[in-house]
Write a protein that binds this ligand. Structure first.
Ligand code: AP5
Length: 216
């Protein structure tokens, strides 16, 4: 049976960083809604243009387009054994839609690591983030700098700062998270799949806590 893990947590807490590590360790696919929108933006698709108008303000992209994008992604062959979902679901409607989609795989959401950190940590992490242009590898100018400034260690491509990492946009993304995504914490707690993880620790310790929670 396929395994599905949903990484839940506020903007900048380290979901993408941990999802990439977990995907390597577990060999499950990494499905990031933010990366899919940015990929569409890079390719100048209609979906990318629509998403940009929301992302630039730190607002959520409407549920219907987000759900259909994720459905298409989950039906690709690399998700047959399951996936690590990063940034999806983010609203109760998305969580319900996910449940229905996974039923088609004879699956369900198995674990929901809920990663948290104080707001000042989130802002510092987002504002110092550098992302790789070709494959989305993640760096931080202070906590995880690349060997050569502006260049990805892994594939040599250019690093850039996301438009939505400007201070005022990050503040709005955190506000939107509390208003629209926090209800999912109770939703998954009641299903008995939520595991709380202290995301304010260094990357390696967060990974250790995540892996030991998943083993249990
Ligand atoms: P998305 O790309 O999903 O952004 P997010 O959820 O706001 O999360 P981030 O990517 O900002 O942070 P992260 O938790 O992945 O942290 P990271 O590992 O990069 O969404 C962007 C936008 O797309 C949304 O605002 C919305 O408009 C739209 N969207 C996406 N999904 C949607 C959905 N489902 N519905 C509707 N709209 C949607 O780490 C951050 C930084 O910290 C990095 O520099 C990293 O190196 C560093 N770092 C990570 N961990 C640590 C650590 N433990 N210690 C020190 N530094 C660390």
């Amino acid at each position: 049976m396929a395994t599905f893990i949903v990484l839940l947590g506020p903007p900048g807490v380290g979901k993408g960083t941990q999802a990439k590590i977990l995907a390597e360790t577990t060999k499950l696919a990494h499905v990031s809604s933010g990366d899919l929108f940015r990929e569409n933006l890079k390719n100048q698709t209609e979906l990318g243009k629509l998403a940009k108008s929301y992302m630039d303000k730190g607002e959520l992209v409407p549920d219907d387009v987000t759900i259909s994008m994720i459905r298409d992604r989950l039906f690709r062959p690399d998700c047959e054994a399951g996936a690590i979902l990063d940034g999806f679901p983010r609203t109760p409607a998305q969580a319900e839609a996910l449940e229905k989609m996974l039923a088609d795989f004879n699956g369900k959401v198995d674990y929901v690591p809920f990663i948290t950190a104080p707001e000042e940590v989130l802002v510092e992490r987002a504002s110092g983030r550098w992302t790789c242009r070709s494959q989305g590898h993640i760096y931080h100018q202070k906590f995880n700098p690349p060997q050569k400034a502006g260049i990805c260690d892994i594939d040599g491509s250019e690093l850039y700062q996301r438009d939505d990492d400007k201070a005022e946009t990050v503040t709005n993304r955190i506000k939107v998270y509390f208003q629209q995504t926090m209800p999912l914490v109770e939703y998954y707690r009641q299903k008995g799949v939520l595991v709380e993880i202290d995301g304010s620790q260094p990357v390696e310790q967060v990974t250790e806590e995540l892996l030991s929670a998943l083993k249990k």
